[in-house]
Design a protein around this ligand. Structure first.
Ligand code: ZN
Ligand code: ZN
Length: 124
């Protein structure tokens, strides 16, 4: 495959790379994601084994958004860059933080029943 996929927060203090495949883009409409991101979230999932923080791991902060998930963010700029579902296998990346070109495409919506009433489902 081509080189590693890279992502970073807005200010660049925290940077990471993925040395493997990502899933397609998953839009999560759950209340936790909408409140945390300000709108529904767009994610791609990678294997934790392929994931490496290349800069700023000492700065990274985690927010426990529920018993099943914690969200990694940059305390300098506030970017929500990934989510850990605490399964020990996967890391859920915010696709907006990825460097272009991502070569990713829409995969699916999840938690559609929790979607806001102010938009229609993407990708439909
Ligand atoms: Zn930052
Ligand atoms: Zn969600």
């Amino acid at each position: 495959m081509a080189g590693a996929i890279r992502g970073r927060c807005h200010c660049g203090a925290i940077q990471y790379q993925v040395n493997g495949e990502l899933t397609g883009v998953i839009h999560c409409h759950c209340g936790d994601c909408r409140r945390w991101h300000g709108h529904y979230a767009a994610y791609a999932v990678a294997s934790l084994a392929d994931f490496e923080i290349t800069q700023g791991s000492d700065k990274l902060k985690w927010y426990e958004s529920s018993e099943r998930a914690r969200r990694g963010f940059c305390p300098e700029c506030g970017s929500s860059i990934f989510k850990d579902n605490k399964d020990g296998e996967k890391i859920v990346l915010s696709v907006g933080a990825l460097d272009a070109p991502t070569h990713l495409a829409f995969l699916k919506n999840i938690f559609e029943d929790s979607k806001g009433d102010y938009y229609t489902l993407p990708g439909a």
